[in-house]
Design a protein around this ligand. Structure first.
Ligand SMILES: C[S@@+](CC[C@H](N)C(=O)[O-])C[C@H]1O[C@@H](n2cnc3c(N)ncnc32)[C@H](O)[C@@H]1O
Length: 441
């Protein structure tokens, strides 16, 4: 295990905080199965968001920067078959658990180091993908952290990082200040402090702001939830504009929000047709960052401002599939994300196709608030993708076999008609992230 001297008391306190209470407390034996988490941790998803190209994770070098007890390192290993995972964390106790976790699951192509994120360049490695989840807001100088990660990112690599939303998290940040002023967060007995927090909140009147809006039954039972919200020393928040400014200040650029489907400003309105025209026009005049900021001002529901970013010049301009020509469609290749194809997904897709039932995509992997429902003809058309990726042309032929005649005119289903139907099926799935479609023109 590599160890480096710590640069400040702040880091020393942070190290103690997580040595005393390593995070997360998920049992080592637990095998990650959440398709949404695996989908997010797959570098294929991020690379596709950037260039609409499907890359293979085999042989890629992935860093889990601030890996804690390694649950997400394990997710990264499962989500990226054949990739090598390197985990680093300030806390040796956490790194020890991370190493044990991956050993338990027989993941071999992995190494861990107990070092500060700020010292990453000392590893002498360059990464294709960096996962920096739930860490940046704890650094004494988040910009220095971003710089260190940029330094170890390959020129075409992608960094996933996130920061707490100052707007969404305002209650917890205030509660943390309250407890800090009373001398809390001076561990090493986090459990005793958690107990005291519960006692204090119990004594509060129900309509006191912190209790009314910032407390729920989860805090009664989960010590980890109290530690991660009420007693998290060093926690900070930014707005979207502050996060984007930080990213730009180190010479990185945004690729996409990780949960991009949940940041649509227009989705906040009942009927955008009723919005005053000038206001609508005003929205479209705003930059992406400004539109996202308008969203968070109206609806600060995301605890994390979660982004993929990379070095400038790596994003190739590509056409949205809604603008593709028929020629582009016909030669395109359709992929189902690996992590969607669970046994349950496979069985449900088959049974909906054969028993003429509707299929709810979100049941298997909730990527969007919108419900994505497919009829049995559509599910039938997706079945060949369970085996391997297919060209749209193959799916069109498949569609013609499934529906050989037009049920109204009794004429044979033409290739052009089948293409229209396949496009109608695939386009919303692609826009929500359930399929990846690679152009070949
Ligand atoms: C909330 S936990 C998140 C762990 C893991 N990324 C996850 O999401 O499950 C934060 C982790 O960041 C680590 N950390 C905090 N400051 C750090 C620093 N300067 N360098 C490296 N790790 C740091 C802590 O030790 C802790 O394990």
């Amino acid at each position: 295990m590599t160890m480096t001297p710590l640069k400040s008391d702040f880091l020393e306190k942070m190290r103690q905080q997580f040595d005393n209470a390593p995070y997360p407390r998920i049992p080592l034996e637990e095998f990650p199965k959440n398709p949404r988490a695996l989908y997010i941790h797959s570098l294929v998803t991020a690379y596709y968001r950037r260039n609409q190209k499907v890359v293979t994770p085999a042989g890629k070098l992935i860093l889990d920067a601030g890996c804690g007890t390694g649950y997400k390192s394990l997710e990264l290993a499962i989500a990226n078959p054949g990739a090598k995972i390197v985990g680093i964390d300030l806390s040796p106790a956490s790194v020890d658990l991370a190493r044990k976790r991956l050993q338990y699951h027989n993941i071999e192509n992995v190494e861990f180091h107990a070092i500060a994120l700020e010292d990453l360049p000392s590893l002498g490695m360059q990464f294709d993908y960096i996962n920096n989840d739930e860490v940046l807001y704890l650094l004494p100088d988040p910009i220095a952290g971003l710089k260190a990660m940029k330094e170890v990112l390959k020129p075409d690599g992608i960094l996933r990082t996130n920061f707490h939303s100052s707007l969404q998290r305002i209650i917890y940040h205030r509660a943390q200040k309250f407890f800090k002023q009373l001398g809390f967060m001076a561990r090493p007995e986090p459990e005793a402090e958690v107990k005291l927090v519960r006692e204090i909140v119990k004594c509060l009147k129900n309509d006191v702001f912190v209790k009314q809006y910032g407390w729920n039954s989860n805090f009664e039972t989960s010590d980890e939830a109290v530690l991660a919200n009420y007693l998290l020393d060093g926690d900070k928040g930014w707005t979207i504009l502050e996060l984007f400014e930080a990213i730009e200040s180190v010479g990185l650029e945004l690729i996409s929000m990780v949960n991009w489907r949940e940041w649509d400003l227009l989705s906040l309105f009942n009927d955008i047709g009723e919005l005053p025209f000038n206001v609508m026009m005003g929205f479209s005049d705003q930059s992406i960052a400004q539109q996202l900021h308008l969203y968070e001002l109206l609806n600060p529901r995301h605890r994390l401002l979660d982004v993929w970013c990379g070095l400038p010049g790596q994003s190739q301009q590509y056409e949205l599939i809604s603008e593709w020509s028929d020629e582009a469609w016909q030669t395109a290749i359709v992929h189902l994300p690996l992590h969607l194809i669970t046994d349950e997904f496979r069985a449900a897709l088959k049974s909906c196709a054969t028993e003429a039932k509707i299929f709810e995509m979100n049941r298997f992997c909730p990527l969007t608030d919108e419900s994505i429902v497919i009829d049995s003809q559509g599910t039938g058309c997706l079945l060949p993708l369970l085996e391997k990726s297919r060209s749209v042309r193959e799916l069109v032929q498949w569609w013609q076999k499934l529906r050989p005649i037009d049920l109204v005119t009794l004429e044979p289903t033409s290739e052009a008609e089948a293409l229209v139907r396949v496009k109608e099926l695939l386009q919303p799935l692609e826009e929500s992230g359930y399929v990846m479609i690679e152009s070949r023109v």
